[in-house]
Design a protein around this ligand. Structure first.
Ligand code: URA
Length: 234
């Protein structure tokens, strides 16, 4: 879509935050097709309008979104002195500002979003948003039936506050799906530890509206579809 608000276009181009951009607009530093525009909500066509900041042409940042099926053994970071990072799996030589949205443990597999869109990452990771994340879990011992209600009530895993309600669906004596609303450090492993089970395998299969595609092999990635992206931004 090429019609969008001027302040969003300018913020996406990297010249500053949304509030920096509002100040620049107020000062009269931005011209659209030769005219000074001061209204942040002014609508531009990013394909045809010429947007200048102090006589420099402003182009929108090229945002990319990759859905990776993370293999075990990779660190969810942009760099690491010893271990391979998830970014080493992304063969994109054009964008040098990619990062993973949140973290999966080194031994966790599954859905990980890799992008250079800081605003979207911030929104998805915001603790206020309670974005659901679903994991497939295997354990070393039997998951008791009452775990469903223990997880549902919220539980003490040694943090300042109990966990928010989580949904557990037991698949077999030692496997289950769990949906959590937070992203605390080692959260799933710690929740199972409290009920007497150690997690032996963990794979994220969903984050918000994004689902890990069945046909995406471990270690492979693909760009988000337009539909996936617009659902995620909602
Ligand atoms: N919970 C964990 O314990 N580990 C992960 O990687 C993700 C959620």
């Amino acid at each position: 879509m090429s019609i969008l608000r001027l302040d969003k276009y300018l913020a996406d181009s990297g010249i500053g935050s949304r509030s920096d951009v509002k100040k620049l607009l107020r000062k009269g530093s931005i011209r659209v097709n030769g005219e000074i525009v001061t209204a942040p909500e002014y609508k531009i066509n990013s394909e045809t309008d010429e947007i200048l900041y102090q006589d420099t042409l402003i182009s929108r940042k090229d945002l990319v979104y990759y859905l990776l099926n993370k293999p075990a053994g990779y660190i969810s970071a942009t760099q690491d002195p010893d271990k391979p990072t998830v970014l080493s799996l992304i063969h994109d030589t054009t964008h040098h500002d990619l990062f993973p949205v949140g973290r999966l443990d080194k031994d966790t597999e599954g859905l990980l979003l890799i992008t250079n869109d800081g605003a979207l990452s911030h929104a998805l990771l915001s603790p206020k948003r309670h974005i659901d994340k679903t994991y497939y879990v295997e354990t070393d011992s039997e998951i008791a039936g009452d775990a469903v209600s223990i997880f549902q009530k919220g539980m003490d895993i040694g943090d300042d506050t109990p966990t928010l309600p989580a949904e557990l669906t037991i698949v077999s004596p030692t496997s289950a799906y769990i949906t959590i609303q937070e992203g605390r450090y080692h959260q799933v492993k710690r929740m199972f530890h409290v009920i007497g089970c150690e997690v032996t395998y963990l794979k994220r299969i969903r984050m918000g509206s994004l689902t890990l595609p069945d046909d995406l092999p471990t270690g492979q990635y693909r760009s988000l579809t337009e539909e996936e992206l617009s659902m995620l931004k909602k």
